[in-house]
Write a protein that binds this ligand. Structure first.
Ligand code: SF4
Length: 62
């Protein structure tokens, strides 16, 4: 399995875009910050790169 992305919680502004673009991989946690789902399959989802590219603060590292 390929490595999954990482969200930097200090950078994330909680806009929700990644979870909207790629709900199979990203979800919003109780603090309103994006996190990567435990069973996320970044390659299989096919939207990881899109989500990372769309993050306004570049909080997502692939
Ligand atoms: S797109 Fe970026 S700033 Fe927006 S919720 Fe996702 S990680 Fe946070």
């Amino acid at each position: 399995m390929a490595a999954n992305p990482v969200v930097d919680p200090d950078l994330c502004i909680g806009c929700g875009l990644c979870a909207e673009i790629c709900p199979d991989v990203f979800e919003m946690n109780d603090e309103g910050i994006a996190q990567v789902k435990e069973d996320a399959d970044c390659d299989g989802a096919g939207c990881c790169q899109d989500a990372a590219d769309s993050c306004p603060v570049d909080a997502i590292s692939l």
